[in-house]
Design a protein around this ligand. Structure first.
Ligand code: SIN
Length: 361
């Protein structure tokens, strides 16, 4: 009898150990955009790859649309370990004290996606991630969204049109300076609050890639949109460093590979999502869409370029110069290729030349 109860206690113990051992590692992945955006779809893709490839040892819980936290709160939650993974816009790292990320907010700094990817995937991207370590954060990948467009309830064609407009921006000092350079009045606001702020007239306009504008229904409360490609919005996928370092090495390896594959997927769908969103906004009939002609694009660019100089110290002159060099190199390589047929209505964001080269000191 004694032996029987000992054996059954042992069996129970083994069973409960087995349940414990089978408890998956949970990654809470919080983000602020809709599931049908480049970031939203990529978060779901990562969940799928991570869960399949770890055979259930890892469970990824994705919380879209600021369900758990708004912009600023989610950074704090990550540092405290309340969530393990985020993909904030690159414009949201300033308040963390890592101002160099604002490089990506400089107006017209990237003439094309090739230059952008080389910056993200090269030394600059690596150095930026190193800067996060001291904040208890590890950077895993850079994800794409797209170039930003301007919207308001009045046409935005000339600089004069921006005068006095209250424009919602993300929490970036560069974006603040950019809007001021245009004559507008910048208002920092969490992404989740933008739709109602536009609807109620708390702000007059905003800037975002088409996928964000469309999925948040901002076009329903913005009568005018200017395709200006004046700046860029992308993401850094980040994790709580303590959590990440504490993972079993084999699990971390699998997750790193899943993240690399997700990044390839994400960059492939980003442009498609933005093109589709533009088509849907056009079809909706809510918003008049104006493509900024090249001659006016140059005028906008001239107005905003002093912002590069203004932020040299905060961002780091080396980072800015390296981004200019990459853009110039990409242009050189493009120029050496056989000419593609010219597109009249959509010139690249900054028509090549990194026009804002800082003066030599
Ligand atoms: C995001 O794409 O994560 C949000 C961007 C914004 O706050 O405008």
């Amino acid at each position: 009898m004694k032996l029987a109860s000992l054996l059954s206690a042992l069996a129970l113990g083994i069973a409960s150990f087995a349940v414990q051992a089978a408890d998956p590692i949970v990654i809470k992945f919080s983000h602020v955009v809709a599931p049908d955006t480049p970031k939203g779809r990529a978060a779901d893709h990562f969940k799928k790859l991570a869960e399949e490839r770890t055979k259930g040892r890892v469970k990824v819980e994705v919380f879209p649309n600021s369900q758990l936290y708004k912009d600023r709160e989610e950074m704090e939650a990550l540092q405290l370990g309340a969530v393990q993974m985020l993909a904030p816009s690159l414009a949201k790292f300033g308040p963390l004290g890592v101002r160099s990320f604002e490089l990506f907010d400089l107006p017209y700094i990237f003439p094309n996606k090739e230059s952008l990817y080389r910056v993200m995937d090269g030394d600059i991207g690596k150095k930026l991630f190193t800067l996060l370590e001291a904040k208890g954060i590890t950077g895993l990948a850079f994800w794409d969204n797209g170039f930003k467009q301007m919207s308001a309830n009045k046409p935005l064609h000339t600089l004069e049109d921006f005068k006095g407009l209250k424009m919602r921006i993300q929490s970036s000092k560069v974006l603040e300076a950019q809007m001021k350079a245009l004559g507008a009045n910048p208002q920092v606001m969490a992404f989740s609050e933008v739709y109602s702020a536009l609807q109620q007239g708390v702000v007059d306009g905003t800037e975002n890639p088409m996928s964000n504008l469309y999925t948040q229904k901002m076009h329903e409360v913005q009568k005018h949109l200017t395709l200006s490609d004046h700046g860029y919005l992308g993401y850094a996928v980040i994790v709580n460093k303590g959590f990440w370092d504490g993972l079993p090495a084999d699990v971390r390896d699998i997750l790193n590979k899943a993240m690399a594959d997700t990044t390839v997927f994400e960059r492939k769908i980003a442009q498609e999502e933005n093109d589709e969103a533009l088509a849907k906004v056009k079809a909706s009939g809510y918003t008049a869409i104006y493509t900024l002609p090249y001659k006016d694009r140059v005028v906008w660019q001239q107005a905003m370029l002093p912002v590069h100089k203004e932020f040299e110290e905060k961002i780091g002159r080396d980072f800015i110069q390296a981004a200019y060099n990459i853009a110039a190199q990409v242009e050189k390589e493009k120029a050496a290729q056989p000419a593609a047929p010219a597109s009249k209505d959509k010139p690249g964001p900054a028509k090549a030349k990194p026009a804002a080269k800082p003066e030599k000191k």
